[in-house]
Design a binder for this molecule. Structure first.
Ligand code: SF4
Length: 654
């Protein structure tokens, strides 16, 4: 590494450097400079780098500036939309104002975020509008289409997130006719690809990135252009997202969508096709009978039940394959004359291939399960271990991959994440961030509670929680490791508490979050959905309580397969997998509290195992250096000092 001042990024981050001049609220942060120099070296030396950067480090500028200085094309992939928007609407425009050359930036989203012109213009014939609301939305979208440059639904003011019309008009690939489409040259997707090819910085999310990596070698090809630097921000959940895209999924809803789209197309063509209509009717029936066998209970059903289910499904499976192949050939013969039939044929063929692989040729390298969520019944699989795939397709193929997050290390070590992801000999760096955790937060770990697995636990924990919330005057997230526990606590507490209470599942997540922010002294009862990507700076959130150490459920098919794999290799799955994974999850959950230099509050974990079990130390060693106590008196004293007068000094560059 060159000396500090010789580094090309030093003048940006130095005291009184460029950033100080560009923004009046910019604060010099030594940790940010350390991170920027590490990123600069990794890019120059074509190495991979892992950086755990505590909240408040200012990590986005710490990777953006060296990436831009390198002149190489960089892809930045994030876990949340908030961070993508911060990069695109805040950090990059600030740099652009002062950069010596134009920065070409592209914000790529999944295809279902964009309008399909062909569907919009064909909508009148397709008779797809259902009800007045859809007619109104259609008129608004048609008006917007005449002037939008991107076709991105985020521009349509007031379009509901759960709009029923939008999915009928979006540009997802399974209904796209590609170059045979008359709108191809002006298509928003074609245009997005053009812009991406000319861009220096491309912003995507992890889902798009891994979907792209998974199809890179197939006929449909990649959509993200070649790049030599990849930044994976919020990299702590990469293993799970990657797993989804290197696996299989075939559901009853995919079949229903296919038959619905065939009927819609026939209607728009005003064609009577009895043979094809009979084929799709037969397909609907065969699919319903087949998936009925797998309809069991809500949630996931894993390996031990699959042989019996497959045996039971043998005849319906044969019928479903026959129905798919009959419908497929009927569609294919029409695809010669009408381009719109081509993607439908492609979908029928893909359904057959996926179904056959799942039912007949399950890979030993993948874990298989059945998942039912509401009306959806899905046959799924994912790799037990994604490390080999990522080593080949990502770390072996891209010059420099920077992985960063506030939660990557376990007790100062990156061993867990490097082995799970297959990154070999990366450079590593930990920077604590900009906050004084010792004075801003107090970690409460009670000594007296019963074991959380015992029946005595809930009543005692509820009593204690009530006392904690009295001290903090509500203003709390109470986060649970299961829905059942969340409902139990909520049902017993919401009438007892003198504070407004909110419950996950009673409204969409963003509504609940807004309600929480706007309701003084509110208490939100929630689960894993609120453990990350949630930001409530200020005293409105002054307490985060977690019921149990967040070990993943060992009966979950994916977790169970990973445990078995480690055991078979002679390892200790609890120490090597379950404890590190839970330590990272706990750090994530607690990370909700201190989001700015002026936040203060209580973190409480109502699980005595963190104190009584030997592995508890790994959790303590993985958390920032919070002040620790087991006394409610200390909490009261901490709040006696008063959370009032929270000054709002958060830098907009954090
Ligand atoms: S090319 Fe595909 S996505 Fe684009 S307008 Fe045509 S059908 Fe729609």
């Amino acid at each position: 590494m060159p000396s500090e001042t010789a580094s090309t990024v030093y003048p940006f981050f130095a005291r009184n450097g460029y950033l100080s001049n560009w923004h009046p609220l910019y604060e010099h942060r030594p940790d940010q400079l350390r991170m920027a120099r590490a990123v600069e070296s990794a890019i120059r030396e074509r190495r991979h780098l892992l950086v755990e950067a505590g909240t408040g480090t200012g990590k986005t500028l710490a990777y953006l500036i060296p990436a831009l200085v390198s002149g190489k094309r960089v892809v930045i992939s994030t876990g949340t939309k908030n961070l993508q928007e911060q990069l695109f609407y805040k950090d990059l425009p600030l740099l652009q104002e002062h950069w010596s050359r134009p920065l070409r930036v592209c914000y790529m989203k999944g295809r279902n975020n964009y309008l399909c012109k062909s569907k919009l213009h064909g909508a009148a014939e397709m008779a797809i509008l259902d009800g007045l609301q859809e007619v109104r939305e259609f008129e608004q979208i048609a008006q917007w289409e005449t002037h939008t440059l991107t076709g991105d639904r985020a521009e349509v003011h007031g379009l509901a997130e759960d709009s029923r019309l939008w999915p009928k008009l979006d540009a997802r690939s399974d209904r796209c006719t590609g170059q045979r489409c008359t709108h191809y040259e002006n298509c928003f997707i074609t245009n997005m690809h053009r812009v991406a090819h000319e861009s220096d910085v491309i912003i995507v999310n992890h889902h798009l990135l891994f979907a792209d990596l998974a199809v890179k070698d197939t006929d449909f090809g990649a959509i993200i252009p070649e790049y030599s630097v990849l930044v994976l921000d919020e990299a702590h959940d990469v293993e799970d997202v990657a797993g989804q895209y290197f696996g299989l999924s075939v559901s009853n809803l995919q079949v229903q969508d296919l038959t619905r789209d065939v009927r819609l197309l026939l209607r728009s063509l005003k064609r009577k096709e009895p043979q094809l209509e009979n084929a799709v009717n037969f397909l609907d029936d065969a699919s319903a009978t087949f998936y009925q066998v797998f309809s069991g209970t809500e949630g996931r059903v894993g390996a031990q039940h699959l042989p019996a289910l497959k045996a039971q499904a043998e005849t319906p499976y044969g019928d479903l394959l026959l129905a798919l192949s009959l419908a497929g050939s009927a569609i294919q013969t029409r695809a010669e004359g009408v381009a719109d039939f081509a993607p439908l044929f492609r979908r029928a063929r893909l359904l057959v291939e996926t179904l056959q692989t799942w039912m007949e040729n399950p890979s030993q390298e993948q874990v298989h399960w059945v998942e039912r969520r509401g009306r959806m019944i899905s046959l799924q699989s994912c790799p037990v271990d994604v490390s080999d795939l990522l080593r080949e397709k990502l770390f072996g193929a891209v010059e420099t991959v920077i992985l960063t997050s506030a939660t990557l290390a376990v007790a100062d070590s990156f061993q867990f994440i490097t082995s799970r992801l297959g990154v070999e000999s990366p450079s590593t760096l930990r920077v604590d961030g900009h906050f004084d955790y010792n004075s801003q937060a107090i970690l409460f770990t009670p000594a007296q509670l019963p074991d959380p697995r015992s029946p005595e636990y809930a009543p005692e924990a509820i009593r204690l929680l009530e006392q904690i919330l009295q001290i903090t005057q509500g203003r709390a997230f109470v986060l649970f490791t299961s829905h059942q526990q969340m409902r139990l606590f909520y049902n017993q507490m919401h009438e007892l508490l003198p504070f407004p209470t909110l419950l996950q599942g009673t409204a969409p997540k963003h509504h609940l979050l807004n309600q929480f922010k706007e309701t003084p002294n509110a208490v939100l009862f929630a689960t894993a959905a609120f453990w990350q990507g949630v930001d409530v700076p200020g005293e409105q959130l002054s307490c985060v309580v977690i019921d149990k150490l967040p070990f993943s459920v060992p009966s979950d098919p994916v977790v169970s397969a990973r445990i078995q794999r480690i055991t078979a290799a002679g390892g200790d799955p609890f120490r090597e997998y379950q404890v590190p994974q839970a330590a990272i999850a706990l750090k994530q959950g607690f990370g909700r509290l201190i989001r700015s230099g002026s936040d203060r509050g209580v973190l409480a974990i109502l699980d005595r195992r963190i104190r009584s079990m030997a592995y508890g130390q790994t959790f303590f060693d993985s958390l920032p250096p919070y002040r620790r106590t087991s006394s409610l008196g200390d909490l009261a004293a901490f709040f006696g000092a008063g959370p009032s007068g929270f000054p709002s000094t958060e830098s907009p560059l954090s």
